[in-house]
Design a protein around this ligand. Structure first.
Ligand code: ARG
Length: 265
C-alpha cells in the first residue's frame, strides 16, 4: 500500500468511526433511527406513554402482549373484535400506563366482561370492534371516540397517528416499547383499489402512499387517532407497510351509536 493510499484509508477510518459514534449516540438518545433495521410499529418512532395515556395492551395467560386497545372510560377498553374472539388468545389482563413491556410500571387490570359487536363475523366484513370491561377504574385519561358528526376527520389526507407494541416489520418481532407512526387517511376509492373487501361504512384505511409506515401484527385493537379522537381501530391489511396497501381500520364514527350503551352512556 502506498503512503498516500494508507493516508486515504486512515482518513476514511476516522470518518467512519466518527459517523458510527454519531449514529450510536443518536440511537441511544432515541433520535430518528434512519439506519436502524427495525423501526417498530413499521417506520415509526418512540411514543412516550405519558403523552398517550389512553393506549393499553392486552395480555394472554402467559403475560404476553398480543393486541392493543384504547381507554374510552376509566373501566372500558375499546379494542378489535378479532382480538377477543375465534383464534385469539384468551385475554387475561389489560395493562395501562406501561410504555416498556419489561417494566412493572402502570396498572394491570383483570377483565370482568367482553362485548363483541353483534354484526362481527371477521375482520374482512366489518364491525371489528369490542368493548372490554375491567374489574377496576384506571387513573389514565380516556380518549374521546369519533362520532357520526366527525366526517371531517375521515377526509382523505387527514393526518393521523397509530400506536402500538406490535411487529416492527412484516413478519418481524413485536416491540418492547410503545411506538407510533404518522399515517394519513386514504380516500375510499384508493382503499377499494387495494382491497376488494373494503367497506366505506365500516372501515377506514390509512397509510402513506409510498409505503414504509404502518401498523402491523400485534398492533391490532390499538388506536388510530385524529383531532384528539379515536377514529380507527387497527384491524387488518395486506402484509405491513407495503406500497399501495394501507392498513385497514374499523371506522369508529360508524359504530359510535352502538358503542355508547356499552360504555355506560
Ligand atoms: N391483524 C393484525 C393484528 O392482529 C393487524 C394488522 C394490521 N395490518 C396492517 N397492515 N396495518 O395485530
Amino acid at each position: 500500500m502506498s503512503s498516500t493510499l494508507r493516508r486515504t484509508w486512515s482518513v476514511v477510518g476516522v470518518l467512519a468511526t466518527a459517523v458510527l459514534s454519531l449514529a450510536t449516540t443518536a440511537s441511544a438518545q432515541g433520535a430518528a433511527p434512519s439506519q436502524e433495521k427495525a423501526p417498530p410499529i413499521v417506520g415509526g418512532q418512540p411514543a412516550p406513554i405519558a403523552e398517550h395515556p389512553w393506549v393499553v395492551y392486552l395480555t394472554d395467560g402467559s403475560g404476553n402482549q398480543f393486541c392493543g386497545g384504547t381507554i374510552a372510560r376509566p373501566d372500558k377498553i375499546v379494542t378489535a373484535a378479532h382480538c377477543v374472539t375465534g383464534d385469539a388468545p384468551k385475554i387475561a389482563e389489560v395493562v395501562a400506563g406501561r410504555e416498556n413491556k419489561q417494566s412493572q410500571d402502570g396498572t394491570v387490570a383483570k377483565v370482568s366482561n367482553v362485548w363483541v359487536h353483534p354484526k362481527y363475523q371477521g375482520a374482512d366484513t366489518g364491525a371489528d370492534v369490542a368493548v372490554v370491561t375491567l374489574d377496576r377504574k384506571l387513573q389514565e385519561k380516556p380518549l374521546a371516540l369519533a362520532s357520526g358528526q366527525d366526517a371531517s376527520l375521515y377526509s382523505p389526507g387527514t393526518p393521523t397517528q397509530v400506536y402500538g407494541w406490535g411487529a416492527t416489520q412484516e413478519g418481524g418481532e413485536p416491540s418492547d416499547t410503545l411506538r407510533k407512526a404518522d399515517v394519513q387517511v386514504f380516500g375510499d376509492q384508493d382503499c377499494t383499489k387495494a382491497y376488494q373487501q373494503y367497506k366505506p361504512d365500516a372501515m377506514v384505511c390509512a397509510g402513506v402512499p409510498q409505503g414504509g409506515m404502518d401498523s402491523c401484527q400485534g398492533d391490532s385493537g390499538g388506536p388510530l387517532v385524529a383531532g384528539d379522537k379515536l377514529i380507527g381501530i387497527v384491524s387488518t391489511g395486506n402484509g405491513c407497510a407495503r406500497p399501495g396497501y394501507p392498513g385497514i381500520y374499523t371506522r369508529v364514527g360508524a359504530y359510535f351509536n352502538d358503542l355508547q350503551p356499552q360504555l355506560g352512556s
